[in-house]
Write a protein that binds this ligand. Structure first.
Ligand code: ATP
Length: 251
């Protein structure tokens, strides 16, 4: 299988403290690849390094067969096809669902130019398709602020989809969701994964079990284990540092 991302000898340090410590891993095209591990394991920092929010001390992050994104700015990384969703939804609550989608779909992302930019028929079609996929087509004229928590998360995922990335990074997408919403999110990720590889940081182990194609367990900035969920959950060290210590709960 083709790798969409290769992380090589990656170290990210804050004032000498290694939050990510010599990590090596790869992400295969079309996978839903989860990063799990206890609080402070370095999961979010790893996402931050992939999307250019922090610069590593050493190592490489090769995207789509060779581009080392550690030399790129955050904007350049978005433009080559890596989209990032943060833990807290950051939709524009004063705008309608449709306007949020329109802002995301228009490539020039400065607010004023996007708002006054007429979307092309192609973009309109894409927005309609994404709204259907995330289940919000019927609510397209509602203020995004009036949506339920789960719906806001789906809208934000939809806004990422509208940018048509090759790789999507999601930080705790089901935090605060009930079981039904969580399940719907999992099904949505499966649909998205047909065209776009997904990396997810998550503490909800039931969700990971149901939807992960591969899991990387991080601990103290290092890779502790890697494989399918059924493989890693039987690793004694993983049980000791995470799964057996309430890792099943949302942290
Ligand atoms: N900007 C920063 N400055 C200093 N230390 C940081 C910074 N960002 C993260 N850290 C530290 O790096 C370590 C890893 O943090 P990170 O947020 O990546 O962990 P995590 O695995 O995502 O944890 P959680 O599950 O709690 O979100 C922690 O000890 C954290 O305090």
């Amino acid at each position: 299988m083709e790798n969409v991302l290769e992380i090589q000898d990656l170290t990210v340090a804050f004032d000498g403290f290694k939050a990510v410590d010599n990590v090596n891993t790869s992400v295969e095209k079309g996978e839903i690849h989860f990063f799990i591990g206890p609080n402070g394991a370095g999961k979010t920092t790893l996402l931050d390094a992939i999307c250019g929010r922090v610069k590593p001390k050493s190592g490489n992050i090769l995207f789509a067969g060779g581009v080392d994104v550690t030399h790129y700015s955050e904007n350049q990384i978005v433009n080559i096809g890596i989209g990032r969703k943060f833990q807290v939804p950051s939709v524009f609550t004063g705008l309608t669902v449709y306007d949020n989608m329109e802002l995301a779909a228009v490539k020039d992302r400065s607010l004023s130019s996007s708002l006054f930019h007429n979307v092309t028929s192609e973009q309109e079609e894409l927005i309609g398709h994404v709204l259907n996929t995330i289940g919000l087509y019927e609510k397209k004229d509602r203020d995004a602020g009036s949506l339920a928590h789960g719906e806001k998360q789906w809208l934000e995922i939809g806004m990422l989809m509208a940018q048509q990335p090759k790789l999507m990074l999601l930080d705790e997408p089901v935090a605060g969701m009930g079981r039904v919403e969580t399940q719907k999110t999992g099904e949505l990720l499966k649909t998205i994964a047909k065209n776009c590889t997904i990396i997810v940081v998550e503490h909800d182990m039931e969700f990971v079990r149901d939807y992960a194609s591969k899991v990387t367990v991080l601990h103290e900035g290092m890779v502790l284990d890697e494989g399918s969920m059924s493989e890693v959950q039987h690793n004694q060290k993983v049980i000791e540092v995470y799964l057996g210590r309430g890792g099943e709960q949302d942290a």
